[in-house]
Design a protein around this ligand. Structure first.
Ligand code: SAH
Ligand code: SF4
Length: 344
């Protein structure tokens, strides 16, 4: 069976060429062709006939296919991306100043079953392969080049779509290596953010295997009891332990850990919750992202009022923690974070 080109990091590609007695310098040419120039056709420039023949016989360049596109008023674009086996995941392009961040999925569904998450309601169907993670970026780029020419600039990659990225560590790690490669898309370390619900087996591998990439923790409550209710794996991997792993990650000079705090009306949005969060995060190199809950069909939770969100932030400000209230871009097409469900 042919291997996907988009599943090979640079070292894999070089090794493959060497193992097959081909010139490994072709790896740089191929990476430039397919990732920098984003060509999808076979690369014929400066590549030996022997290498071209080998690639034709052993490697495929198929990408996932965009199944549906929903464009929101604010230019956010949601893609339903169809994988080889017919399963679908969602990716979202989020605009800022004519550039984009892409929110990508790491799994079909998710095993973590968080009570506030639309994705969580469908369970884990399967892990995405490296090429399916990288493919989401490439198909979104091609869509922009075709539909919004001149705007095909995706500068940030966030793993905040469907799935728990650290539960699919190997493929997420390899996709990051591909994004980071200077021969290819050359995305900077600090332009990639991986968001986790606190999956400790992944955090254990973090500092040795994905150093320099940004980490975001879905905190949602400083209280273990409440967090147990929101994020069931907190019972197995309690917050106190998660924070020990996070605190041990070496950060570069301008690097921070992002703490995401989902605000749910009447559940975790009180002054007491805000003060306890402030006490917990104070002194860390951290940002807090406040995310007003995005409702979805059938949920029991409600979004707090604008005033309540503002009040929560004001309390955190007194602890001198930089806090951002995340807008709910793409709301009108159900594209905001946590609204991704492809089960139906
Ligand atoms: N599994 C990872 C990453 C994907 S979820 C994680 O949990 O961190 C990305 C972010 O969207 C998380 O912070 C998650 O808590 C948030 N989210 C999930 N459901 C949401 C909802 N209904 N409204 C707002 N944010 C939500
Ligand atoms: Fe999975 Fe994240 Fe949703 Fe929890 S919030 S179910 S970890 S995708």
């Amino acid at each position: 069976m042919k291997k996907s080109f988009y599943g090979l990091n640079f070292a894999d590609l070089e090794n493959l060429l060497i193992e097959n007695k081909l010139n490994p310098t072709a790896a740089a040419l191929l990476y430039t062709w397919h990732y920098k120039k984003k060509q999808t056709s076979q690369c014929l420039d400066n590549v030996s006939k022997k290498t071209i023949k080998f690639l034709e016989e052993n490697i495929h360049f198929d990408l996932p296919v965009i199944d549906t596109v929903s464009e929101a008023e604010d230019s956010t674009v949601k893609f339903l991306v169809k994988l080889n086996d017919g399963k679908k995941v969602e990716s979202v392009l989020i605009p800022f100043h004519n550039k984009y961040s892409i929110c990508i999925s790491s799994q079909v569904g998710c095993a973590m079953n968080c009570s506030f998450c639309f994705t969580g309601t469908q369970g884990l169907k399967r892990n995405l392969l490296t090429e399916e993670i990288v493919g989401q970026f490439l198909v979104a780029w091609h869509w922009l080049a075709k539909n919004r020419p001149g705007q095909e600039r995706i500068l940030n990659i966030v793993f905040m779509g469907q799935g728990e990225p650290l539960h699919n560590f190997d493929h997420v790690k390899k996709a990051c290596e591909i994004f980071l490669s200077s021969h290819g898309t050359s995305v900077g370390h600090q332009k990639i953010t991986i968001s986790t619900s606190g999956y400790i087996p992944g955090l254990k591998r973090w500092k040795d295997e994905i150093p320099g990439v940004n980490l975001a923790l879905s905190l949602h409550s400083p209280f273990e009891e409440k967090r147990n209710e929101l994020i069931p794996i907190n019972k197995k991997y309690p917050l106190a332990e998660v924070l020990e792993y996070l605190d041990a990650i070496p950060l570069k000079k301008k690097q921070f850990v992002t703490y995401e705090y989902l605000l749910i009306a009447g559940f975790n949005d009180s002054d007491i919750d805000a003060h306890k969060t402030g006490e917990l995060i104070q002194g860390k190199k951290a940002y807090i992202n406040l995310i007003p809950f995005n409702p979805f069909p059938g949920t029991k939770y409600k979004r707090p009022s604008y005033e309540q969100v503002g009040r929560f932030k004001e309390i955190l400000d007194t602890y001198k923690i930089p806090t951002i209230i995340r807008g709910t871009k793409g709301d009108d097409v159900l594209a905001a974070c946590g609204q991704l469900n492809t089960a139906t």
